[in-house]
Design a protein around this ligand. Structure first.
Ligand SMILES: CC(C)(COP(=O)(O)OP(=O)(O)OC[C@H]1O[C@@H](n2cnc3c(N)ncnc32)[C@H](O)[C@@H]1OP(=O)(O)O)[C@@H](O)C(=O)NCCC(=O)NCCS
Length: 147
């Protein structure tokens, strides 16, 4: 059966109570990213994509900075491989088009590079550590939506 969830694009004041528990679960509890590295000044001013299940519970999130950086992509463990990450990324790429952002960059955890490659992202440069997790920079040039 197809999993039912919805995606919203929200400013930080609305996204915060939804995105925070998901990011704390995935990055802080599961991936052991120190809490002080998880929260930064970029949440305010970013567009946040939030996925919710049929009961309205947040199950995934990601953000788009005004300069085209995408990050903090997280889907709860029990919801992975069900298309939530794809829907979050598609929503943020659509939002970037609306904002006329053409150059998208992100720091992918190396294990997730294959996920981003499916959208046309290419790796740039070598591997580096962030919060002691191997990452690689990836970029995508967006073209305006047709029609
Ligand atoms: C990476 C992540 C966001 C993907 O979300 P998801 O909801 O599982 O993604 P989808 O279901 O839309 O996956 C679509 C496809 O991407 C690929 N994919 C998903 N996760 C992948 C991964 N970790 N590595 C490589 N490919 C991956 C798969 O091919 C998948 O298709 P399939 O299920 O037919 O094999 C999720 O695994 C996650 O939150 N991981 C923990 C946090 C994290 O590592 N975030 C990334 C920071 S860069």
């Amino acid at each position: 059966m197809r999993a039912t969830f919805t995606i919203s694009i929200l400013a930080w004041d609305k996204a915060r109570p939804l995105a925070r528990p998901v990011r704390e679960q995935v990055f802080v509890a599961e991936q052991k990213v120190p809490l002080e590295l998880e929260w930064d000044e970029w949440d305010e001013g970013s567009d946040h994509a939030v996925a919710r299940d049929s009961k309205g519970q947040a199950i995934g999130t990601a953000r788009l900075l005004p300069d085209g950086r995408i990050g903090r992509m997280a889907v709860l463990g029990e919801w992975r491989r069900r298309g939530v990450g794809t829907a979050l990324l598609e929503a943020l790429l659509e939002q970037a088009r609306k904002r006329s952002i053409r150059h998208i960059t992100l720091h992918a955890q190396t294990h997730a590079a294959g996920f981003y490659r499916r959208f046309g992202f290419n790796e740039r440069g070598g591997e580096f550590l962030e919060a002691e997790i191997p990452h690689v920079e990836m970029t995508l040039e967006l073209f305006p939506a047709r029609g």
